[in-house]
Design a protein around this ligand. Structure first.
Ligand code: AHR
Length: 508
């Protein structure tokens, strides 16, 4: 008989730490992400704290979200932060040209965003404007945010009601500079990134990690040129300068940018295409990593995947510029595949941000524009099931499953994906059964330490396109997996078809 698929894990060989920051989020002034998603205003009948929706905050706190990127995206390179401070009724308006061509009234600005971060207990990742902003504007923003004394910007912040400086650990230098962020050549942007980063100063004890706008997809030349722009990386240790990280953006769709595929109406072939394209993240990280390794063998520069996730055609009947889409079990498995890739590349990937948190693209939360009802998506549950991996040491997980594979878009694709981590006397294993139709019994071949206890959770649903709605909020929700037992090699698990499973191990 054919042997069961096996996942071999050496529990006593921990690798690099999986930064909790790979579980980061992204909130852009786009569609109903900020307005209607996070922000309802102080006079809203929806319960809020200073205008920020309490139920959204509560749901995200449960995910222990480590950082939140704001205000864009493409919007960031149109945004002038001084328009978003001071009395709300006096704030200037602007056109949000990228997203629906709507008028933005700037009622959600710096103070509102930092209040949101405080409510969430999360780190701020501010995305600065290189495309249409000045060096001085960027320099003054970090001074406004983080300076304690009586400097001009600190005084202005106090006049606007905030005495204490905030902490801003992450600062983006532009966004998609090759496209909406200025249509630049990489050589031009590399010079600007050095220049702008220099003025994102460390005020008092605010350590700031500067992230230069990086490549899209397989644009390895963009990464190459940015890496070349560092001085003497090989010589030293500690964080690189003048910026410390470079970003990468990659979106999953089944079609092309013109017709990306639908969120809830798809064929079995499209199920596999989406998952194969999500798994492609692993190759992107390997190859961008190889470029970075050539210049930076000591891994002083971090790779920050600050936009990733599914991008489907907008839901029928919604504004196409608002990028509102449903979120199914397929999106959940796209997320689990990304996390497997990030875990495997924990030595280089220091941070990542799914696009986006509420009501936009692959969201955690959808809110109804009329009733205000809130729904947690299948992707939300994958984030929740992954919290034990935060800041744990990665463990290599070798998948031996020759029968569990399929050819998708001309390439071989494994139908079983796995990753693992360990922290103290525990370990956690993530397993994705990508097979649309077949359940699989999998052996966890656990070596190096005794397993004294175990339990597992599963996320699956009746249909490939099952999703949550206000009427059926738990169509896709995690539950206990009963099919788990001891095996001579470790444990044996029954993975349902199209499922994501996390296994918690207690170690002796
Ligand atoms: O996340 C939506 C958009 O996708 C962002 O604004 C932009 O950076 C990217 O093209």
């Amino acid at each position: 008989p054919t042997e069961s698929p096996r996942v071999v894990i050496d529990l006593d060989l921990p690798g690099p730490t999986i930064s909790r920051h790979i579980y980061g989020h992204f909130a852009e002034h786009l569609g109903r992400c900020i307005y209607g998603g996070f922000w309802v205003g102080e006079d809203s009948p929806i319960p809020n704290v200073g205008g920020i929706r309490s139920d959204v905050v509560e749901a995200l706190r449960a995910l222990q979200i480590p950082n939140l990127r704001w205000p864009g995206g493409c919007f960031a390179d149109d945004y002038h932060w001084r328009d978003g401070i001071g009395p709300r009724e006096e704030r200037p308006r602007m056109v949000n040209s990228h997203w629906g061509d709507v008028v933005e009234d700037n009622s959600f600005g710096t103070h509102e965003f930092m209040a949101l971060c405080e409510l969430l207990g999360t780190d701020a990742y501010i995305s600065g404007n290189v495309g249409s902003g000045s060096v001085q504007e960027m320099s003054e923003w970090i001074e406004y945010l983080t300076r304690a004394d009586d400097s001009p910007m600190a005084v202005l912040r106090r006049q606007n009601g905030r005495d204490e400086p905030w902490k801003v650990p992450f600062f983006g230098i532009g966004n998609e500079a090759w496209g909406c962020g200025g249509s630049m050549r990489v050589e031009q942007f590399a010079s600007l990134a050095r220049q702008y980063s220099t003025y994102v100063r460390k005020h008092a004890d605010n350590e700031v990690y500067r992230i230069a706008a990086g490549a899209s997809d397989h644009d390895y030349n963009w990464t190459e040129v940015l890496m070349k722009s560092f001085d003497k990386l090989e010589a030293g240790d500690g964080p690189a300068g003048p910026f410390q990280g470079i970003s990468l953006h990659y979106y999953t769709m089944t079609g092309s940018w013109g017709d990306k595929g639908d969120a809830t109406t798809f064929t079995e072939d499209e199920w596999y295409i989406a998952l194969a394209r999500a798994a492609h993240m692993n190759e992107l990280l390997t190859r961008h990593g190889q470029v970075m390794d050539r210049h930076d063998p000591g891994k002083r520069v971090g790779l920050v995947v600050d936009e990733w996730g599914t991008w489907w055609n907008a839901e029928p009947g919604t504004n196409p510029g608002f990028l509102y889409q449903q979120n199914t079990l397929r999106d959940a498995l796209v997320a689990s595949l990304h996390f497997d890739a990030f875990h495997r590349h924990a030595d280089r990937v220091v941070m990542a941000n799914i696009a986006q948190t509420v009501n936009v693209l692959q969201a955690m939360i959808l809110t109804d524009p009329d009733s205000g009802a809130l729904v947690l998506t299948p992707t939300y549950h994958v984030f929740a099931m992954n919290t034990p991996h935060h800041d744990a040491r990665s463990l290599a997980a070798h998948v031996i499953a020759p029968e569990a594979s399929r050819t998708v878009e001309g390439k071989d694709m494994s139908l079983l994906s796995a990753s693992a981590s360990t922290k103290g006397a525990t370990a956690h294993v993530s397993l994705s059964n990508l097979d649309a139709a077949e359940a699989r019994t999998v052996v966890l071949d656990l070596r190096g330490r005794d397993v004294t206890g175990f339990s597992a959770q599963v996320l699956t649903a009746a249909e490939l396109n099952s999703h949550n709605t206000p009427e059926q909020p738990e169509a896709v929700a995690p539950r206990k997996l009963d099919g788990i037992r001891r095996h001579p090699r470790g444990l044996e698990l029954d993975l349902p078809a199209h499922s994501y499973v996390t296994v918690a191990l207690e170690l002796g």
